[in-house]
Design a protein around this ligand. Structure first.
Ligand code: NAD
Length: 246
């Protein structure tokens, strides 16, 4: 389905981003693995190229830097010929109760999770507008829908991603660029693995479905939104959370 497509995924050296890259590569998509972790993104790109027999390159970029995002979009075109799919996935946590949260932690989380999406959409659409084709998928969170104690910064950023997605979907629809978001629930990755055991147990209790959420659950939804099966879908916020935010 993705044989002539080129995708960029931010924050894809590991976790959900890597799973999205693998789901697309599995169906023949050429991939740019991008991450602030330069070593990690080259290694992941090499592993994906070997495993799926697709073109995959690593390109280090920090989503909080506008120039990095522009260079990333240009690298896809220069090295792989075009840019069809862009996934704004990079994210960080700096949890604390609101009364104790530092300005530094507020700013970092807003910069990576929200401003990074803004820069990502700007960079991707600059290329996609010329082609009159593009699929952008933003990774938000259930925290952006229902909030989460200890995550004032993160839930504000992720709610912002939802609002940016809806606005951008309206702005770019006439250019045939679809822009949607996914709100993952509790998914087992290094990010959530670093949370205190007690918090992980509490989060798991909030999920009605019996299975644990895996990065591949988010990847399959992202692949759908990036596919031609979703050509008439834009501005949608898709919950993939085992029912957590019903
Ligand atoms: P993760 O920590 O495993 O992976 C995040 C990746 O982003 C890392 O490789 C990291 O190096 C990279 N990154 C961090 N800052 C960056 C920056 N400034 N520029 C570029 N890359 C940067 O996390 P994950 O669980 O795979 O999360 C992926 C996305 O899914 C995030 O946006 C996260 O907020 C969201 N999400 C995760 C869950 C969950 O339960 N795991 C739930 C809801 C939403």
């Amino acid at each position: 389905m993705f044989k002539d497509r080129v995708a960029v995924i931010t924050g894809s050296a590991r976790g959900i981003g890597r799973a999205i890259a693998e789901a697309l590569a599995e169906q023949g998509c050429s991939i740019v693995i991008s991450d602030v972790n330069a070593e990690g993104c080259q290694k992941t790109a090499d592993e994906i190229a070997a495993k799926y027999g697709v073109k995959a390159i690593g390109h280090a970029a920090n989503v909080t830097k506008k120039d990095d995002m522009t260079a990333l979009a240009n690298a896809a075109v220069e090295k792989l010929g075009k840019l069809d799919i862009w996934v704004n996935n990079a994210g960080v946590l700096r949890d604390d109760l609101l009364m104790r949260m530092s300005e530094e932690d507020w700013n970092l989380v807003l910069d990576v999770n929200l401003k990074g999406v803004f820069f990502g959409i700007q960079a991707a659409t600059k290329v996609m507008m010329k082609a009159k084709y593009g699929k952008i998928v933003n990774i938000s969170s259930v925290a952006g829908l229902i909030g989460n104690a200890g995550q004032a910064n993160y839930s504000a950023a992720k709610a912002g991603v939802i609002a940016v997605t809806k606005t951008a979907a309206r702005e770019y629809a006439s250019r045939n660029i679809n822009i949607n978001a996914i709100t993952p629930g509790y998914i087992q990755t290094d990010m959530t693995g670093a949370l205190p055991e007690k918090v992980q147990v509490e989060l798991a209790k909030m999920v009605p479905l019996p299975n644990k959420g895996a990065p591949s659950d988010i990847a399959k939804a992202a692949r759908f939104l990036a596919s031609s099966d979703a050509d008439f879908i834009t501005g949608v916020i898709l919950r993939v959370d085992g029912g957590m935010a019903i």
